[in-house]
Design a protein around this ligand. Sequence first.
Ligand SMILES: *Cc1c(COP(=O)(O)O)cnc(C)c1O
Length: 422
Amino acid sequence: MSTLHVGYFNLGLDADPPLARAIRGELVRQQDGIELIASENIVSKLVLEAQGSVMTNKTVEGFAYARYYGGAEYADAIEALAIERAKTLFGCSFANVQAHSGSNANNGVFLGLLKPGETILSMKTAAGGHISHGHPATLTGRDYDIVHYGVSRETEKVDLEEVRNLARKHRPKIIVAGGSAYAWTLDFEGFRAIADEVGAYLMVDMAHFAGLVAAGCYPNPFPHAHVVTSTTNKSLRGARGAMALWNDAVLSDRINYGIFPGVQGAVMLHIVAAKAACFGEAMRPEFKAYNRAALENALALAGRLAEHGMRLVSGGTNTSLMLVDLVNQGITGDIAATALEAVGIAVNKNQIPFDTRPPEAPSGLRLSSSAGTTRGFGRDEFRQIGDWIVRAIEARGDAAALAAIHEDVRTLCRRFPIYDAA
Ligand SMILES: *Cc1c(COP(=O)(O)O)cnc(C)c1O
């Protein structure tokens, strides 16, 4: 079987050694390390090939079969294919597959549906929300009036009573459900009832659970959401980019023009081709099996960490993602992440709900089973990873102990090659 991506490195080794060395180094890093960062996955060769294809040479603006540039017959076919597949996969009537990133998809939808100064009700970042939902450092935080809901202190889960009270008080134009560090399924029907009560749009940002939705392992935001945004590179395991989906034709121009020309220009057709590729893969039975395994693996990892006395925020997870509270371990997320990096386990530090610590040195870690499951790790491997996480955190500062764990990590990883690159 051809390994075109490796072919790229070989070409590059001749033409541009420093660049090729870095890309090859990254392949080895991915091969030899355990990836628990929730926004990452390991895409197929088909997705890699589509992203690296000649479509990168073609410029088009506008929409399929309505372009500002000629020579667009294949561009149109590819964009239309991606749109058709996205609609089929998520059971909706309209799709825009042009957004270069999740933040752009959100900015485009907000631009299309809101006027400056109107109100967005979204989840706080410390409770698991995403910065593109109104953080002061982003355009959304500057252009709109932002109100946040959090999670219940008791359950650390979304409390729809709080959402309803805030919605009644602030009358938002858009309510956003979905975040980056929330481990549980969301009640979209409940969110929609609140949106209807106050005359708001319900926008679901499913970036982290889109793959689970496609596989039927997480409730579909449709028909409850007015608009759904998502990245395509996280649990959906595809191109590095995003999309917007909706059902009501009345919204089409506002969302499409919000994205182009609202927040970006010409289409990245190679990325759209790779989106079509990953949507096609997500329709296959193997993708359902993958997502079922990712859920089981997340439970195995969470269970093992809990057996070691680690506290899981909100009592665990029913998705592929979880948050660990390190307060009982007496260390912060940045220090734990550094210890884990030393043994070849990549995680990200994360605030936990009601965190008293800053984002740079927060109280938690976010972990995900998405990428490890792709390379074939099962429950036994994830329980083993749980043991290593606990041991590495305990052994931080003991270089010999960390080196021994690192060697075990490498040995496991070599049994599960990615891209036949072992
Ligand atoms: C990752 C993520 C995004 C942003 O994606 P980028 O492609 O990094 O801009 C948006 N929303 C949520 C909920 C995310 O998790």
